[in-house]
Design a protein around this ligand. Structure first.
Ligand code: NAD
Ligand code: MG
Length: 383
């Protein structure tokens, strides 16, 4: 049976890997909306290839180019944040939320409000909105399937037991490309982006290098799997073969293993609760040889500590942490601040006296996000 799908952030790393799987199973899917920030040529090519109903760019200055690129195709073209949310609100069987950053929150919430199934890659949206998002999921009868490989692993391991019987959840972390680099102050964007195991967008690659990715994932796990923050642990596992684990009260630990290829967790969401083929080679443990594990070094990489503190504080703190990190990463990628200043800036913005109230609605979250970005930008200039 053909199912309908929309992909928010279709031109990114997760978006393109989703389209790769859809392409391999053309008859199973009808594409409704494809969106991007401003990558007009890539978006238009995908919209034409998959016969999308509508293509949307977030950046309004790209609309004329998009219209021209889609001329004669019969595909609708639209631009701007409102258009993005309207496209995300078109009813579909599955929405893949793969925009990067809190910019994806509005469209993801619009998709949640139509009550369908959301394959969520956009972790910043869940980190910022927290209960505002999980409450909307329950209220609208939507289903959230985690795309993030660790959370997808946990989701799969939780099929083997009841959440009330979970003793702990362990998120594995590769440790990023800088785990063994001695001097972190001299790290360039090129070094930070060169991830040893995964091929990802620039922002999440920097997050992996700082360990903010794992910090955001800790908060993400806290919202997706309500076992209590103190039961969620992090272990560094450089081979990225085990994607995460769930330990039950009887002493059984279930783990999910697989190649470091996002098409595996994406496929698990596309086919859920069934399974589908992917072009993955069979797992060859003898060839891998050894799996190793280390405790995270929070002195060198304070991000996971900061994220845990923000999650414990609750309220607006995770949204503040996320916004400050987004500003810091952008500044680092533009070579305005040193790598080691990313965590310093986030810690300073979090410690700042002006605490916003706990957000209760989408507009509250967006206000906290906006205000924290402004604060982080000011502090960037002071630093
Ligand atoms: P990416 O940078 O490769 O792609 C991001 C997509 O979002 C693009 O289509 C881009 O056009 C769009 N976009 C960017 N800014 C936007 C804006 N302001 N408004 C609207 N659209 C915008 O990112 P990615 O690596 O594919 O990551 C996407 C999300 O998935 C992130 O939240 C990331 O943390 C998460 N994720 C990614 C991976 C991975 O392997 N890449 C793994 C796990 C989780
Ligand atoms: Mg992950």
């Amino acid at each position: 049976m053909t199912r309908t799908i929309s992909i928010l952030g279709a031109t990114g790393s997760v978006g393109e890997q989703t389209l790769d799987l859809v392409r391999r199973n053309r008859d199973d899917w009808r594409v409704v909306a494809l969106t991007a920030n401003c990558q007009v040529a890539t978006l238009a090519a995908a919209a034409r290839e998959f016969g999308a109903e509508i293509a949307v760019v977030a950046d309004e200055s790209c609309l004329a180019d998009l219209r021209e690129a889609l001329e004669g195709s019969g595909i609708e073209a639209a631009a701007g944040r409102t258009a993005l949310c309207e496209a995300a609100a078109r009813p579909v069987d599955l929405t893949v939320a793969a925009i990067v950053g809190c910019a994806g929150l509005g469209p993801t919430m619009a998709a949640i409000e139509q009550g369908g199934t959301i394959a969520l890659a956009n972790k910043e949206a869940l980190v910022s909105a927290g209960e505002v998002m999980t409450a909307a999921v329950s209220r609208h009868g939507a289903t959230l399937l985690p795309v993030d490989s660790e959370h997808n692993a946990i989701f799969q391991c939780l099929q083997g037991g009841r959440i009330e019987d979970v003793r702990s959840i362990t998120l594995t972390a590769s440790g990023g490309p800088l785990r063994l680099v001695e001097d972190l102050s001299e790290v360039t964007p090129e070094q930070a982006i060169a991830h040893p195991n995964w091929d990802m967008g620039a922002k999440i690659s920097v997050d992996s290098a700082t360990m903010f990715n794992k910090g955001l994932e800790l908060i993400e796990a806290h919202h997706l799997f309500p076992v209590g923050l103190e039961r969620i642990r992090i272990v560094v596992h450089p081979q990225s073969v085990i994607h995460s684990m769930v330990e039950y009260r009887d002493g059984s630990t279930l783990a999910q293993l697989g190649p470091s290829d996002m098409r595996v967790p994406i496929a698990s969401c596309l086919a859920w609760p069934a399974r589908m083929d992917t072009p993955m080679a069979p797992l060859d443990l003898a060839a891998i040889g050894e799996l190793s594990f280390f405790a995270p070094d929070e002195k060198r990489f304070p991000a996971t500590r900061l994220a845990r503190e923000a999650a414990e504080a609750g309220g607006a703190a995770p949204a503040v942490l996320n916004a400050a990190n987004e500003i810091a990463v952008e500044a680092f990628l533009k070579r305005k601040i040193a790598f080691s200043r990313i965590a310093v800036l986030v810690e300073r913005v979090l410690a700042d006296g002006n605490h916003p109230d706990a957000p209760r609605s989408l507009s509250d979250v967006l206000m906290v996000d906006e205000a924290s970005r402004r604060r982080a930008t000011e502090m960037l200039e002071l630093a």
